[in-house]
Design a protein around this ligand. Structure first.
Ligand code: DHB
Length: 309
């Protein structure tokens, strides 16, 4: 069974990577991802300056997934640029996620990162839900177009965007129409469902400290929404923009479903936090078993081939 795929012009030995966020902030975490069986890996979303992030507790596991309001703790983009040079020894693509606090900050980081050979591609995060007072860019279609109009000509690396979930058919169409205007290489669907509220009924209180308990949820809660977004963008985007699936993948079946909806690559978020990098081996093994049972040799045998009734 062959799990190989391609993204951003890179050939990958398998279709699994980490979601930007879990276990990809520090040198140790990035090296563990480098050594893991993931086909490629990506950094925590970087800002210009190093950030501490929001007060703890700011990530909590729940029976159906997780909630977080990390607040972009990261070591600053120059740290990830330097890491890229060190991580090249793992001989697999390393992407940097960029999430500036302003358009100017994104411009500055992307111009710099574009010059560094060891960085394979950039995922521009348009969907951070956890910064008090800052809306998610990708829920503002006008601003999204302004950002892409400015960034695209400056970026000489393969560029993708990380999107939040959309919930209305017209929004899928409006966003796809914007994205189709640009030479994007991939779109990652989805970030966490933002500003959810998990509570502890015994204590009658919220479970995370920032923003009075409001945070992005991931895991089982979000798989149907993730599949819907992967499917919509796979259908609506021009064929040279690949879809990266993220949301609720904790088994081979979940990965299979994302690929059936059209994902070329799939990301592990909550399950990576819960299980560590061994999740890549387990889920890849489970996906191969499903393919074997179904008589599929390659991902292309079923990628995007979801049937309607
Ligand atoms: C954070 C969370 C996100 O979902 C994201 O896209 C970027 C940053 C955070 O809280 O650190």
């Amino acid at each position: 069974m062959n799990l190989s795929t391609e993204l951003g012009g890179y050939k990958l030995s398998n279709c699994f990577m980490n979601a930007s966020g879990p276990l990809c902030t520090t040198e140790k975490e990035l090296n563990d991802l480098g050594k893991s069986s993931a086909g490629l890996f990506i950094s925590k979303s970087a800002t210009e300056q190093e950030r501490e992030g929001n007060p703890s507790p700011r990530y909590v596991d729940t029976p159906w997934g997780s909630i977080n309001s990390m607040g972009l703790p990261n070591k600053g983009y120059l740290f990830y640029a330097e890491q890229a040079r060190q991580l090249a020894k793992y001989k697999k693509p390393f992407f940097i996620s960029v999430s500036g606090m302003s358009l100017e900050e994104n411009v500055k980081m992307i111009q710099h990162l574009s010059q560094i050979d060891e960085i394979s591609a950039i995922e521009l995060n348009l969907s951070c839900p956890n910064l008090p007072g800052k809306p998610q860019t990708a829920y503002d279609f006008t601003q999204t177009e302004i950002v892409l109009e400015k960034i695209m000509p400056l970026c000489s690396k393969p560029l993708g965007v990380k999107l939040p979930p959309y919930f209305d058919i017209i929004h899928f169409h409006q966003m796809a129409e914007i994205l189709n205007q640009y030479p994007l290489r991939f779109v990652t669907c989805i970030n966490s469902i933002g500003n959810a509220l998990v509570i502890d009924s015994d204590k009658e209180e919220v479970v995370i400290k920032p923003k009075d308990g409001f945070g992005g949820i991931g895991g089982d809660y979000i798989k149907p929404t993730a599949l819907a977004n992967v499917r919509q963008f796979y259908t609506l985007l021009k064929k040279d923009i690949d879809v990266v699936g993220c949301g609720g993948i904790r088994s081979g079946v979940d990965a299979f479903e994302h690929i059936l909806c059209g994902a070329s690559v799939v990301q592990l978020g909550t399950i990576l936090m819960q299980e560590g990098v061994s999740a890549f081996d387990r889920i890849a093994q489970e996906l191969q078993e499903i393919m074997q049972k179904k008589g599929y040799q390659n991902l292309l045998d079923f990628k995007g081939k979801l049937k309607s009734l």
